[in-house]
Design a protein around this ligand. Structure first.
Ligand SMILES: C[S@@+](CC[C@H](N)C(=O)[O-])C[C@H]1O[C@@H](n2cnc3c(N)ncnc32)[C@H](O)[C@@H]1O
Length: 202
């Protein structure tokens, strides 16, 4: 992207982020050059940019085509396909903008259907196995469980009723779900608990 286009993109992103305060969306992260422009605009407005890419390159970036860069080929890939994800991550890290970028690695229409409009943005299963502090486990619960569809499954890992067996944050989240009245027990296996959503709330 030439500098004047980059400036135009940055100006547009700055205006949009400041005006609405909503996350920005990019399709085509590649090695992160445009992403850092959007991310800096998002940072200034206290929001983030969500950027989608399968990181295997567009048609014109494949071997034998005009915009092919052999340095971007994945040395571990038997077919020598591109992998721009490490370069993308390096760009963000060097720019100090990692906290303002949510990278979605996948095909654009599939990501849109899962996360965005067109009936997307609802999940049939939410598996909570992230940070195990109260702050993170509760944050995961409150952030994602509202997106769990009725009839869907809430699965929580590392649920230990006995503190001698393990940390209590996942247990507290599981108990909160049970006590909410919005879930019914479905099954359990050691520390893995499965609940089914039977009504709204969490
Ligand atoms: C022209 S590059 C993006 C350049 C980037 N915006 C910049 O200015 O630095 C196009 C990117 O789109 C990605 N891409 C192409 N088709 C895609 C698809 N269907 N889903 C997700 N990513 C795709 C490719 O992997 C490639 O990284």
């Amino acid at each position: 992207m030439p500098p004047d286009e980059g400036r135009a993109l940055y100006d547009a992103a700055t205006g949009a982020a400041a005006g609405l305060g909503l996350p920005l969306l990019e399709i085509g992260s590649y090695c992160g050059r445009s992403t850092i422009l959007l991310a800096d605009a998002a940072r200034r407005a206290g929001t983030v940019v969500v950027t989608v890419d399968h990181h295997r390159g567009s048609e014109e970036q494949q071997a034998g085509w005009e915009y092919h860069d052999p340095e971007l080929a994945d040395p571990e890939d038997p077919a020598g396909r591109l992998d721009t994800l490490p370069f993308f991550r390096g760009t963000l890290a060097r720019a100090g903008l990692e906290d303002h970028v949510i990278a979605v690695v996948g095909r654009s229409p599939v990501a849109a259907a899962a996360l965005g409009g067109g009936g997307g943005g609802r999940f049939g299963l939410v598996f909570i196995d992230g940070g195990h502090t109260d702050e993170h486990a509760t944050g995961d619960y409150e952030s994602w469980v509202p997106r769990l569809a009725e009839g869907g499954l809430l699965v929580i890992h590392d649920v230990f009723p006995d503190p001698a067996e393990g940390g209590q944050a996942p247990f507290r989240v599981w108990r909160r779900a049970v006590e909410s009245g919005a879930f019914a027990p479905e099954s359990e296996c050691r520390s893995l608990r499965v609940l089914r959503r039977t009504g709204p709330g969490c």
